[in-house]
Design a protein around this ligand. Structure first.
Ligand code: HEC
Length: 152
């Protein structure tokens, strides 16, 4: 009787320790897990250092949202990046490389506005990310406001 009790106790202790160790190791790893391998070309330095000239007013962010969800041509961004910007849009299935996950703050905080601008304008050749040549500069900056908003 005594023995089976201590058996149970040591199983419980072991389970508890394993849980602690798993949580301890997986929690920090998990927050980095979303970081994607980016194959996008690097913007020239002069462009990469540009900052968004627009204020995040309700008008600008909702204009960005409208473009992102509906009106950007040739194809609305949500088709690939998803309505929440997590990269799981309808067309993203099986796509390699995968659409950027804008909700991954560990990754997005490392990508400057000017880089986002460059890729939206010019695309990433050989991937699903097309060039949006018809957008005005202001519209690209509005899209970037929306993308940053999705990451919050
Ligand atoms: C047909 C699918 C598709 C559509 C539509 C699409 N994207 Fe992408 N997007 C991708 C893929 C795939 C990547 C990853 C490309 C790579 O890693 O080379 C990407 C990457 C990006 C990046 C990351 C740039 C970087 O350097 O990391 C930004 C910003 C972006 N897209 C913005 C947009 C915006 C804004 C729209 C709409 C105006 C849009 N995308 C529409 C597929 C798409």
């Amino acid at each position: 009787m005594k023995q089976s009790h201590s058996g149970i106790r040591s199983i419980l202790t072991a389970t508890f320790l394993i849980t602690l160790v798993t949580l301890g190791f997986s929690a920090p790893a998990f927050s980095q897990d979303c970081v994607q391998k980016r194959s996008t070309p690097k913007a020239p330095d002069s462009i990469a250092k540009l900052e968004n000239p627009l204020q995040a007013t309700p008008e600008n962010t909702s204009a960005g949202q409208e473009l992102f969800n509906h009106t950007a041509k040739p194809l609305a961004c949500i088709q690939c990046h998803g309505i929440n910007g997590n990269g799981h849009g309808m067309m993203a299935r099986g796509m390699e490389p995968k659409p950027r996950d804008f909700t991954c703050s560990a990754m997005m905080s490392q990508i400057p506005d000017g880089q986002l601008f460059w890729i939206i304008k010019n695309g990433s050749q050989g991937t699903g990310m097309m060039a949006y040549k018809a957008l005005e500069e202001n519209q690209i900056w509005q899209l970037i406001l929306h993308i940053r908003h999705l990451g919050k």
